[in-house]
Design a protein around this ligand. Structure first.
Ligand code: NG1
Ligand code: ZN
Length: 532
């Protein structure tokens, strides 16, 4: 009784926008801020119910996007720290679209019964709230390579003021939603990146400390640990300028002005790509994308695994299984490169939830979308075996190469966010690996050369008319389309092409690769006409 009254009265303060159909996708609910008030409120209710159901702490995040500042999203961090269970997405949609408080109440009652959610007051519902409001920031790590003490705290001092920029609009609303469930508590974690909130939820549910300070401390300590256990660690010597840096300087004849590497984070900081601006490039940049980040991580981890497997003390252990996960948008050259490293390459449909799920099947699963979403996942059992391996040695002692490799891998598992892709933790891992390899961004970029590619979008009347299979590489409907694409693609050396309906925009996307830029563009244009 008390519950029903509370819900009805608080829900009546947030009416849903008329004539808008909201749907919970990869990005949660996404719409212009002016339309999102009632949705934010209702996601508060959703989070509280999810906490009741899972008997764990749940997160609720409001983020800006890399598009207009007013283009906002609200989404849930589930009990594992990952994305909301797909099973609950239809309920999320129904809640957001319920036309009145009475409908809302009815829906909730039905769902609570169907899901067997216990409302016995035995569980203290808690929802962690976070908010980000910023636009894309470009962070230029000029000369980081050259400083001996380029420690974590320095990176972070540099990053923080640039990430948290905008004022809040919604702050009180999710709290209203959460507390409309009797006894539920909303804890405001303040202004965060999306991956930080996911990290906190995961940490809380594992019984670990979970403040923002704890997040930075974990990143910081695992970063310094890597530094200690890598053979070529930082600032080993004198100026800290190593081979590559000097080469770069000479090449461009500008002593003192070194080639810088830049990293770009998206609006909610779950995506990163690197780039350089070559001198005399007149506006061209060299992009080092998610595929290259994946390749760098794979190379490094593979090297550590080879140390781990080398020594006979691993005789009794099973071969560690390392898997990489990509989507069809991964540049073909990256896939070839990974296969040359003899890695198992898996493909899933677009969208991090698919890649993430696949990556959990391995002892170590590395996944990245070309656009920079991704992370490295370690299985619990593999972490346990690493811990057992490193128990006997302390940092000071001279462990075997295998033991040191185990320490490094453990440090990686703490540094890189295990809940979701996280640009901050991703860039720190990139930086530490580059330091270890003694590589400049150019050297890294030379791991392989991207095949020329072209992406187009085609506005169609109904994008759901295009249905695909095989990780979105093959069209099954409309009939005949795939055959036509095959016929066109066969005309181009190294040609590869696929089409799929976007999950986030009302378009069909066309992707083409070929041996020259011109050919890739012609192929994409011809296939776009087939779709139209
Ligand atoms: P759609 O619109 O489904 O292609 C885009 C990106 C995805 C992912 C999602 C979520 C491409 C081709 N697609 O999805 O990789 O980032 O947005 O934000 O980049
Ligand atoms: Zn993002």
């Amino acid at each position: 009784e008390e519950q029903q009254c509370l819900l009805l009265s608080s829900a009546s303060r947030f009416s849903p926008p008329k004539g808008v159909k909201l749907s919970y996708g990869t990005a949660g609910f996404r719409a212009d801020a002016s339309l999102l008030q009632s949705t934010v409120y209702r996601v508060g209710i959703l989070a509280a119910l999810r906490s009741l159901k899972t008997r764990s702490v749940i997160g609720l995040m409001i983020t800006a996007s890399h598009n207009k500042v007013s283009d906002n999203r609200v989404k849930i961090a589930d009990s594992s720290g990952g994305m909301l269970s797909r099973h609950w997405e239809p309920f999320a949609d129904a809640l957001a679209n319920a036309p009145s408080p009475q409908h809302l109440l009815l829906l909730i009652n039905e769902f609570v019964e169907k899901e067997g959610i216990l409302v016995d007051g035995d569980w203290q519902v808690e929802v962690l709230l976070g908010e980000t409001r910023d636009q894309v920031e470009m962070l230029c790590f000029k000369q980081l390579n050259r400083h001996e003490q380029a420690t974590m705290s320095r990176y972070l001092e540099y990053l923080r003021p640039q990430l948290w920029l905008h004022e809040l609009h919604f702050s009180a609303i999710p709290c209203n939603g959460v507390t409309s469930i009797v006894g539920a508590v909303a804890t405001d974690m303040g202004i965060l990146t999306t991956p930080q909130l996911h990290w906190m939820v995961r940490a809380r549910n594992k019984g670990m400390k979970a403040s923002e300070q704890d997040y930075f401390e974990q990143l910081s300590s695992s970063f310094s640990l890597m530094e200690k256990v890598l053979p070529n660690s930082f600032g080993s010597k004198d100026t800290g300028i190593r081979g590559e840096g000097v080469c770069d300087m000479c090449k461009f004849g500008e002593v003192g002005v070194l080639v810088c590497r830049c990293v770009s984070l998206d609006g909610d900081a779950d995506r990163l790509v690197y780039f350089t601006v070559p001198p005399e490039s007149s506006g061209r940049i060299d992009l080092v994308d998610g595929d290259k980040i994946l390749s760098l991580f794979a190379l490094f981890i593979r090297e550590q695994l080879s140390f781990l497997n080398e020594k006979e003390d691993m005789k009794n252990c099973h071969q560690v299984n390392l898997g990489v996960v990509q989507t069809a948008y991964a540049n073909g050259a990256s896939t070839n490169y990974l296969k040359l490293l003899r890695l198992e390459v898996n493909f899933t449909p677009t969208g991090v939830k698919y890649l993430h799920e696949k990556a959990t099947e391995f002892d170590i699963g590395i996944y990245f979308e070309a656009n920079g979403h991704g992370t490295v996942l370690f299985s619990e059992s593999f972490i346990e075996s690493l811990e057992a391996r490193t128990n006997e040695i302390s940092l000071g002692s001279k462990g075997s190469e295998g033991e040191k490799a185990a320490l490094r891998l453990l440090a990686v598992s703490k540094l890189i966010n295990q809940a979701v892709g996280d640009a901050l933790s991703g860039l720190l891992l990139v930086e530490v690996i580059l330091q270890h390899m003694g590589w400049s961004i150019n050297k890294w970029n030379e791991l392989y050369h991207d095949l020329p590619s072209k992406q187009l979008k085609v506005k169609v009347a109904d994008r759901t008319a295009v249905v695909t299979t095989n990780a979105e590489t093959v069209v099954v409907s409309p009939p005949g389309l795939q055959e036509a694409i095959n016929e066109e693609t066969a005309k181009y050396p190294q040609g590869r092409c696929f089409v799929r309906p976007s999950g986030t925009e009302d378009v069909v996307r066309v992707y083409a690769e070929a041996s020259t830029q011109e050919a890739a563009e012609t192929l994409a244009n011809c296939v776009a006409k087939l779709v139209d």
